[in-house]
Design a protein around this ligand. Structure first.
Ligand SMILES: Cc1cc2nc3c(=O)[nH]c(=O)nc-3n(C[C@H](O)[C@H](O)[C@H](O)COP(=O)(O)O)c2cc1C
Length: 246
């Protein structure tokens, strides 16, 4: 959930619980301009008083699991680090089930690198808090490296999954100590691409799905042996028939 006002967020949490959701997640991380402009998402890392109000109000109406997504701070200032600590501590005090932290500042957006040392220090400071790490996990090996380096309890795979949904089974094999899996062959890629497009059509309809899936197809093309040709073909997709033809 994203929002800027405690009462509204508590009311929204109730609606979600009544709709049958099992976990409520508060997002104090999103750096998108529109979200920041509305004093939501990552903005709240700069307004810990309001953030704490929201957390307490939501906690008061959510008896079950409550989680939160943070970035490591708003910016590099010592005030921002203090704000992060206040919010993180309150989540621990309010018995949040898990906290996810992206190792970039909000100001960084997606530039530079995610600070995995920050995640390691945080886990060392709060060994009993369930902590999920996020940032720069582009391959299954990266995910394993993050676990090894930081000691986090779970890893977020975000941009690394766009165009490669097989990354999850690859990581599952590595974390279980099994040998690394081969990347999917082109027939499996084809089946995945068809299923992905069908799901997009279900949600958006064919016309909008065709537009939106072009940029996703481009990402998938990185796995293909003739990636450059496939890339060009996906850019030109205007319909389901075009998609199937690629
Ligand atoms: C297209 C896109 C949508 C995202 N949506 C969400 C979201 O709804 N909630 C969330 O907590 N993080 C969201 N994120 C942030 C990711 O969870 C993650 O923290 C961030 O991308 C850094 O990880 P990465 O470097 O491995 O991509 C989104 C990221 C991208 C690229």
């Amino acid at each position: 959930m994203m929002g800027s006002e405690a009462d509204e967020m508590a009311a929204a949490a109730k609606v979600l619980l009544e709709a049958g959701f099992d976990v409520i997640d508060l997002n104090f991380a999103c750096p998108v301009k529109k979200v920041m402009g509305r004093c939501r998402g990552g903005y709240l890392l700069n307004d810990p008083d309001e953030a704490l109000k929201i957390m307490r109000a939501v906690r008061a109406v959510v008896p079950g699991p409550l989680t939160m997504k943070l970035r490591r701070a708003l910016d590099e200032s010592s005030q921002a680090a203090e704000n992060f600590d206040r919010i993180f501590n309150e989540a621990v005090n309010l018995d949040f089930a898990a906290i996810s932290v992206h190792g970039r500042t909000v100001e960084q957006k997606y530039t530079g690198t995610a600070d995995w040392d920050f995640l390691r220090n945080l886990k060392a400071r709060y060994p009993h808090m369930t902590l999920f790490g996020s940032g720069d996990v582009f391959t299954a090996k990266d995910a394993l490296r993050m676990v090894t380096h930081t000691g986090v309890d779970g890893v977020w795979i975000a941009r690394g999954a766009i165009g490669n949904p097989w990354i999850f089974r690859e990581f599952a094999a590595l974390i279980a100590g099994r040998p690394a899996l081969e990347p999917p062959g082109i027939f499996e890629q084809r089946a995945g691409l068809l299923e992905h497009f069908a799901l997009a059509v279900e949600i958006y309809g064919e016309q909008q799905a065709s537009r939106q899936m072009r940029k996703i197809g481009i990402k998938y093309s990185r796995l293909h042996t003739e990636g450059a040709d496939v890339w060009r073909a996906f850019i030109a997709v205007k319909s389901q028939a075009d998609w199937n033809a690629v």
